[in-house]
Design a protein around this ligand. Structure first.
Ligand SMILES: CC(C)(COP(=O)(O)OP(=O)(O)OC[C@H]1O[C@@H](n2cnc3c(N)ncnc32)[C@H](O)[C@@H]1OP(=O)(O)O)[C@@H](O)C(=O)NCCC(=O)NCCS
Length: 191
């Protein structure tokens, strides 16, 4: 018998302005709308999509992960427009260390309205309270200040700068590593 995976269920999560749910193929047009933006893709490890086929291929990849119970992402739906405006999810999971890394991206028209802070809080809450993980990491390129601000607003602490950690879009980039522990999260938030 195989152990159940913590990612067998990617539950529907709701915040004040957003819904986080599994992606579906019908989300491709909404997701292509922002995934084609080079500004959105600038600090992530994927290239801006050049056609909706790229977006469909990404969704197919995510559907395979859902089926396999592998670390995967939610899409972020803006309640006021009922449009998919981003994604957030797990990049990897280490069972032995009870730790995972989260990553996210959001349509440019939605930036600086607190959306990703709202989404990341919901994901941390789920990860620590429901999945019971011990540690959640996130990392951002050092010149992506908005992403670091999101991590800090969610109570994550910077643990250091990893020099030339990634080769992204033609150059080596420095990355700031952030993390939060379950005990710190639970002590700072209402049970
Ligand atoms: C990073 C990203 C997810 C932030 O999402 P968001 O919903 O705009 O984030 P929030 O509104 O919750 O918070 C953004 C914070 O960054 C601050 N900020 C914006 N631009 C900034 C900059 N250049 N440097 C420092 N802080 C900045 C904002 O003022 C805000 O902080 P405040 O609430 O204290 O004023 C979004 O910009 C994005 O999707 N970027 C493209 C993809 C990406 O880079 N993903 C992350 C990869 S690590």
């Amino acid at each position: 018998m195989f152990d159940p995976s913590p990612f067998d269920v990617m539950p529907y999560l709701e915040t004040e302005r957003l819904v986080l749910r599994k992606m579906e193929m019908r989300d491709a047009p909404d997701m292509y709308e922002y995934s084609r933006d080079p500004q959105v893709a600038k600090h992530v490890l994927w290239e801006a999509h050049t056609s909706v086929s790229d977006t469909k291929a990404y969704i197919r990849y995510m559907l395979r992960k859902y089926r396999a119970g592998e670390p995967s992402s939610w899409c972020i739906v803006e309640k006021s427009t009922d449009k998919v405006v981003g994604t957030i999810g797990y990049m990897w999971y280490q069972k032995d260390n009870s730790s995972a890394e989260v990553g996210y991206s959001l349509a440019r028209r939605c930036w600086n309205r607190g959306y990703m802070t709202e989404a990341l809080r919901a994901v941390l809450d789920y990860t620590f309270r429901e999945l019971g993980f011990n540690r959640v990491e996130a990392q951002h390129e050092t010149d992506n200040g908005a992403s670091g601000a999101v991590m800090r607003k969610c109570g994550m602490q910077k643990e250091g700068t990893l020099r030339s950690r990634l080769y992204n879009k033609g150059k080596y980039v420095d990355v700031d590593l952030y993390a939060i522990l379950r005990k710190d999260y639970l002590s700072k938030t209402r049970v």
